[in-house]
Design a protein around this ligand. Structure first.
Ligand code: FAD
Length: 423
């Protein structure tokens, strides 16, 4: 692996050969997360591919010329031509290896991969998931001098990292951007000394053995595991949804309804959460239009009666959204009336989608007792049905899922774990 500058680019990259080039920056947590992976993939493929690093801040002109807009960004070149997909942000080891696929034959890659030496590491505690619940647990465990590793399939921060603004987390007088709150939480826990293995592929979780496998070759064992993998809102997966998430499209009324004072809002869904949240949003918005796919609501009768009696709530039945478009500050929701296939557009200020949530526990759900909705059952110390396995945050069976409640769960689990490890 070698560090280069702009002036070496012609010779080292354009001059020929197979190259993986990492544009990195300092004070960049995703760059720190990538560095050991880049190094270990370089060790594996380094005889066939040149692994180069370039400091983006000092080579800004070249970065701009290549259209590199964020750090880290990894590009692949074959004989001076860029090939394959660029990767940026939370880059995984498997992304780098997939990049090798544009430079080497599949057979060669398999041959080189067979040289990977398995690694086993041991900790007192593994925390799976570095959202607010996992980060709070990591902080408390670290301060109790317990050897802890935080493992996340993405970058630290969880759902908060992609939340536009948070105005209900105590300690901030003004609303704080979600990325900043999660950055601060993550740096606090990291600075304390908790080890991070982030943007990794978690390929196996054995809760009985308290053992997980990451990136297919590293086994991590511990005395205890805290599950903090959160939950994800079900998505509509239609055009515009991803693009405008957090910028006109929301999945959390408690968090975002207050931004729609005297405005108009569309709510998608017809179950309990959609109807109850629509009622809550109507305390702020002057008009709430509920778009539901069936000809009747699915919510319980009490919630339905309240919604039907609410003069601020309108209903559009037997209709499904097909796309979201942004027009200056307005959102346009294109809906299809299912019986006749006719489409129309609703102009609104914001959209709330409530079509269910699911806990991120697919890898190990069958090892634990769950509630009827598939969330992990815990006791008051956040212990699950398995000894030495705790669960916190949005993945847990509970009524209210917020940053504060995830942090509270993480605190409780960490204190309980610390007490047990002390015995
Ligand atoms: C758009 C939006 C806005 C919100 N706004 C607010 C707000 O303003 N105020 C508020 O209090 N709450 C808000 N919430 C809710 C809040 O974000 C959550 O309650 C909180 O983040 C839950 O924390 P958590 O640690 O349980 O999980 P998460 O934040 O979901 O973090 C879970 C972490 O686990 C990782 N993970 C998932 N699967 C695995 C795996 N198999 N192995 C390892 N890691 C894994 C994920 O990558 C993620 O980093 C909002 C939620 C959304 C979706």
């Amino acid at each position: 692996m070698k560090e280069i500058n702009s002036k070496d680019f012609e010779k080292e990259v354009i001059g020929g050969g197979k190259v993986a080039l990492d544009f990195y920056s300092t004070e960049c947590p995703p760059c720190e997360a990538l560095a050991p992976k880049f190094e270990s993939v370089a060790e594996l493929f380094g005889n066939h591919v040149k692994f180069l690093k370039i400091f983006r801040q000092e080579n800004r002109e070249l970065a701009e010329k290549l259209g590199v807009k964020s750090s880290p960004t990894v590009l692949f070149f074959d004989n001076g031509k860029e090939v394959g997909k660029r990767f940026s942000g939370g880059i995984k080891r498997s992304d780098l290896i997939s990049g090798m696929g544009h430079l080497l034959s599949a057979k060669e890659i398999e041959r080189l991969k067979s040289n990977i030496m398995p690694v086993v590491s041991e900790y007192d505690v593994i925390i799976l998931g570095a959202g607010p619940g996992g980060l709070a647990a990591g902080l408390y465990l670290c301060q109790a001098r317990i050897n802890t590793v935080l493992v996340d399939v993405g970058l630290p921060g969880g759902q908060v990292a992609s939340t536009h603004q948070v105005s209900n987390y105590p300690g901030f007088i003004d609303p704080v951007p979600g990325y900043l709150l999660s950055h601060n939480m993550s740096e606090q826990t990291k600075n304390c000394g908790t080890e991070y293995k982030v943007a990794v592929d978690v390929t196996k979780v054995d809760l009985h053995k308290k053992e997980i496998i990451i990136d297919e070759y590293e086994t991590i064992r511990a005395k205890k595991i805290i599950i903090a993998t959160g939950a994800s809102p079900n998505l509509l997966n239609i055009p515009g949804e991803k693009e405008y998430k957090g910028q006109g499209i929301s999945y959390c009324a408690t968090c975002d309804a207050k931004y729609y004072n005297d405005k108009e809002v569309v709510v998608i869904g017809g179950g309990n959460s959609a109807i109850e949240e629509a009622d809550f949003i109507s305390k702020f918005a002057k008009k709430v239009t509920i778009v539901h796919q069936f000809d009747k609501l699915q919510a319980n009768m009490t919630a339905q009666e309240k919604a039907f009696a609410n003069p601020r709530i309108d209903f559009v039945f037997e209709s499904e959204p097909r796309s979201f478009i942004k027009n200056d500050y307005k959102m346009i929701v294109e809906i299809e009336h299912l019986p006749d296939g006719k489409r129309k557009q609703i102009e609104t200020d914001g959209v709330f989608i409530f079509i269910g949530m699911k806990p991120n526990i697919g890898l190990f759900a069958n090892q634990l007792q769950l509630d009827q909705w598939g969330y992990i059952k815990t006791d008051e110390d956040m212990r699950t049905s398995l000894p030495d396995v705790f669960a916190v945050g949005d993945a847990v069976s509970k009524k209210y899922r917020q940053i504060t409640t995830a942090v509270a769960d993480g605190t409780i689990a960490a204190i309980a774990v610390a007490k047990e490890l002390d015995v």
